[in-house]
Design a protein around this ligand. Structure first.
Ligand code: 13P
Ligand code: SF4
Length: 365
């Protein structure tokens, strides 16, 4: 007999501490059948239940390594898609709240990327001269586009390496959806900023002339992260003025000025490891999402490390925060009852092409 799913309405009114004990009980009942993956930006009351945590690259690797039947992803939609694509057909990827998306990933879609490719085809032969690179923060069909056109996926921890790899094959890259990660990675590789032009997807030909397209080495999709855009150069200048010995570390989704003014730039995992390895009694200004910064501030306080958030306003990944204890308890209790809710399933053909682009990345890094 078909088991009916337990409705979320029954979990909505639960208090957080009630959810806490129910999550712990459901995890114990599921044992090794379920693994909870948590991104570093996940809110504390959910993050503490994660079996494995990491940045996007680390979590993609973990999705290929776990043998759990259920992969419960406490992150955002594209991360659960990657888990589905890289896991075996028998494994089931689950996103506890389907509305946990990524605003940056939503800034590119297949129709717009295909249009860009067609328009570039009016100036040169893109399949011979341009490598499409998609940041992992993108929908599965864009990863499939890259798989089909000799392209590749990158994450914030390997983007420079992926660019280098791509330039050894074709002279140009189209980098989407995050212009800032693309620009910073190109700069790290020594590409002059005037050879990295923004492709404005709302304009015909990306708002560029044929001459500009021929001259450019990197075409940067006009996308950004709504969280990281809040960090500004002035925040760093003020900090340096107040604390000349302080260090600054930022995520490469921050704008170019912020990255240039930072002492260190890297992925969430890089930020975490750098701060953990830092000397005691040091002061840090950190340009990345609030949940991670708060966790590090708390964790490193006993060593006398002072960890400060870069912006004066609250910058949280509000979409990831939609995965709350209520949704996690609901998801897990349904699994205990034999019912899968919120499965993320990428269609087969798309998954196959997206896997090609993801595996190209994993093979290199
Ligand atoms: P990381 O790959 O550094 O974890 O970044 C993912 C992300 O979405 C940052 O906004
Ligand atoms: Fe997307 Fe920005 Fe959230 Fe990262 S922090 S998941 S890029 S919206």
């Amino acid at each position: 007999m078909q088991v009916a799913a337990i409705a979320f309405d029954r979990f909505k009114p639960l208090k957080d501490d009630e959810c806490e004990s129910r999550i712990v009980a459901a995890k114990a009942a599921l044992g090794r059948r379920a693994v909870i993956l948590g991104h570093h930006y996940q809110r504390a009351d959910v993050y503490k239940h994660a079996d494995l945590t990491g940045d996007s690259l680390g979590l993609s690797r973990l999705a290929t390594q776990t043998d759990a039947q259920y992969i419960v992803f406490c992150g955002v939609h594209f991360m659960a898609e990657v888990a589905d694509i890289l896991s075996t057909p028998e494994q089931i990827a689950i996103l506890p709240d389907l509305s946990a998306g990524c605003s940056m990933a939503d800034m590119a879609n297949l129709a717009k990327v295909e249009r860009a490719w067609r328009e570039l085809g009016e100036v040169l032969n893109p399949d011979e001269s341009i490598t499409p690179i998609t940041y992992i923060n993108s929908a599965a069909d864009l990863k499939a586009f890259c798989g089909e056109h000799g392209g590749i996926v990158c994450t914030s921890s390997n983007a420079t390496k992926i660019l280098e790899h791509s330039f050894a094959r074709r002279p140009k890259v189209l980098f989407f959806p995050d212009q800032h990660l693309g620009r910073w990675s190109g700069h790290t590789l020594g590409i002059p900023v005037d050879q990295m032009l923004v492709w404005d997807f709302d304009e015909p030909m990306g708002g560029l002339t044929p001459e500009q397209i021929r001259h450019a080495r990197v075409l940067l999709w006009k996308g950004h992260c709504s969280v990281h855009q809040m960090f500004q150069a002035q925040h760093i200048l003020k900090f340096r003025n107040q604390y000349p010995d302080g260090k600054v570390i930022s995520h490469p989704e921050c704008n170019f000025e912020v990255c240039k003014l930072s002492d260190y730039v890297g992925s969430t995992d890089y930020i975490l490891k750098t701060l953990v390895a830092a000397q005691p009694n040091t002061r840090w200004l950190v340009g990345t999402e609030l949940n991670l910064v708060n966790r590090l501030a708390e964790q490193l306080k006993p060593e006398g490390k002072i960890v400060q958030f870069m912006a004066p306003t609250v910058c949280m990944c509000s979409t990831m925060a939609r995965i709350d204890p209520q949704h996690l308890a609901w998801t897990l209790e349904n699994l205990v009852a034999g019912k899968v809710v919120n499965q993320i399933k990428v269609p087969d053909r798309e998954a196959q092409l997206a896997r090609t682009a993801l595996m190209r990345m994993l093979d290199i890094t």
